[in-house]
Design a protein around this ligand. Structure first.
Ligand SMILES: [Zn+2]
Ligand SMILES: [Zn+2]
Length: 112
C-alpha cells in the first residue's frame, strides 16, 4: 500500500496564469474597427461638439437634424492639422464654406 502523499495545504495555490496575447478572433477585430468612425467624421463631430451647431460666419444656427448642413473648415487649410482643442476648426454652413473657398481660390488667382 503506497502512501498517498498529498496532505492538506500541499496543493499549490498559485493563481492561474493569465493568458496574454491576442486571442481574439481577427474577424471580430475588424468588425470593431469598422464600428469606429472614420477620422474625418471623428473631427467633424468633435468640432460640432466644441463650437456648437452654429455657422461661424453667418451665425445661422442648426438643429441637430440639420447638422449635415454644417461642415468643418480648417482655418489653415490643412486637413491633417486637427488639434484636439478645435483651434484649427471652424464650423461653417455649406454655403459659407463654399463661399470661403471660392474666395480663397479667387485670392490665389489674383495673387499670381
Ligand atoms: Zn453660414
Ligand atoms: Zn474649408
Amino acid at each position: 500500500m503506497g502512501r498517498m502523499s498529498f496532505g492538506p495545504g500541499r496543493r499549490s495555490s498559485r493563481q492561474p496564469v493569465k493568458s496574454v496575447g491576442p486571442e481574439k478572433d481577427p474577424a471580430e477585430f475588424i468588425r470593431n474597427l469598422k464600428k469606429t468612425l472614420p477620422v474625418k467624421e471623428g473631427y467633424r463631430e468633435r468640432s460640432l461638439a466644441i463650437h456648437g451647431l452654429i455657422c461661424a460666419r453667418c451665425g445661422r444656427e442648426f438643429e441637430p437634424a440639420q447638422r449635415s448642413l454644417l461642415t468643418v473648415h480648417h482655418k489653415d487649410g490643412n486637413h491633417l492639422n486637427n488639434p484636439p482643442d478645435g483651434s484649427n476648426w471652424e464650423n461653417l454652413c455649406v454655403y459659407c464654406h463654399e463661399d470661403t473657398h471660392s474666395r480663397e481660390l479667387l485670392g490665389e488667382y489674383l495673387k499670381d
